[in-house]
Design a protein around this ligand. Structure first.
Ligand code: TXA
Ligand code: MG
Length: 319
């Protein structure tokens, strides 16, 4: 029921046709796989919320082929222009005031007067967006609350039969979602992601971070998220024989199963492997009857900030 499309010219053309016809198509980006829908078609966007089981107060990111197309739907300011110059195309999402004449369906932005826009750098995603010629709304292509997909297989595991197709462009290189930055007021980091905070600050100066109450401004910041089936324990300094280990650097001894994020302790490499690692340990844990995942500490620098954000959500009480 869900077609697997090869990311060649024919596959991209087919995916674009499906999207323009109002169907849901998952596609690879440099960060994670997105669940795409024509952002100007409220019915298609509603189907995204239904396929994911996503609360409809949680707004979606609009994807464009280039900054010119994005800035036709939102009003850029100086910070947005500088950041677009420095980081687009790439894993940075900007929240900006929505233009009154934008054709993006209100449901895409969950009725907010701002809109989150992003220009992915993955060549397949770029070619697809060019072929569609309309903004494409795309949350991560997973069931709401579950681990984000970084391969086409992950997408099929969660959404087979619920979407028309998945465009397989291979494993995602960045591995964590885009950084979400609110520029509707003083620049505020809503979600750490694929562009490091340090890199943004090199362009903008010191950034504010969304604090308590931010869940209202960026509803995707719900505490429990990215959750594997097994409970996750953070900052492990030892591991029990009935636990799975998510290792970073030299692994702790004694785990029943282990997944190495980065032997060399590199946070970029660890981000690439994070979601695959959680899925692999979840599967091993179910097979071996383990009680949980023990995650070793990752430093907060570079993409470590995004990794720790996702791990904290994976470890948060489920509700
Ligand atoms: O890397 C990514 O960003 C991936 C790929 C597919 O592009 N997409 C993604 O989308 O992670 P999603 O929907 O899972 O996360 C979007 C985040 C959520 O935290 C949402 O609340 C926030 O962006 N967001 C979207 N529109 C917003 C807005 N107008 N104001 C504040 N936050 C917004
Ligand atoms: Mg998501």
């Amino acid at each position: 029921m869900t077609d697997r499309l090869v990311a060649d010219a024919a596959g991209i053309a087919r995916a674009a046709d499906l999207l323009r016809g109002g169907a849901l198509v998952a596609f690879g980006t440099e960060t994670v796989y997105g669940l795409g829908a024509d952002a100007t078609n409220a019915k298609a966007v509603a189907a995204v919320f239904a396929a994911k089981g996503r609360p409809s107060f949680n707004p979606l990111i609009c994807h464009y082929a280039d900054a010119g197309a994005a800035f036709a739907d939102v009003v850029p300011n100086d910070a947005a222009r500088s950041l677009a110059q420095a980081f687009w195309p790439g894993p940075l999402t900007l929240v900006l005031p929505r233009r009154a004449n934008s054709s993006v369906a209100l449901l895409t932005g969950a009725g907010l007067d701002s809109l989150a826009v992003r220009i992915p750098s993955h060549p397949t995603a770029s070619a697809l967006l060019r072929a569609v010629g309309r903004p494409v709304a795309a949350p991560s292509a997973n069931r709401s609350g579950h681990v984000s997909p970084t391969t086409a297989d992950h997408v099929v595991e969660g959404l087979a039969g619920r979407i028309a197709a998945v465009l397989d462009s291979g494993p995602c290189v960045v591995g964590v979602e885009s950084t979400v930055l609110d520029l509707t007021g003083p620049p505020t980091l809503l979600r750490p992601g694929g562009i490091a905070r340090e890199a943004l600050e090199a362009v903008l100066g010191p950034l504010g971070t969304a604090a308590a109450g931010a869940a209202f401004r960026s509803p995707g910041l719900l505490a429990s998220h990215y959750a594997p089936t097994l409970p996750v324990r953070l900052n492990a300094t030892e591991v029990a024989g009935d636990e799975a280990l998510l290792a970073f650097g030299p692994p702790l001894p004694g785990a029943a199963a282990a997944f190495q994020l980065s032997e060399a302790g590199d946070t970029d490499e660890a981000a690439t492997n994070l979601f695959s690692g959680l899925r692999t340990l979840d599967t091993a844990g179910a097979r071996l009857g383990l009680r949980g995942i023990a995650a070793m500490a990752v430093p907060d620098a570079g993409l470590g900030l995004a990794i720790n954000d996702r791990l904290r959500r994976a470890a948060a009480p489920r509700g």
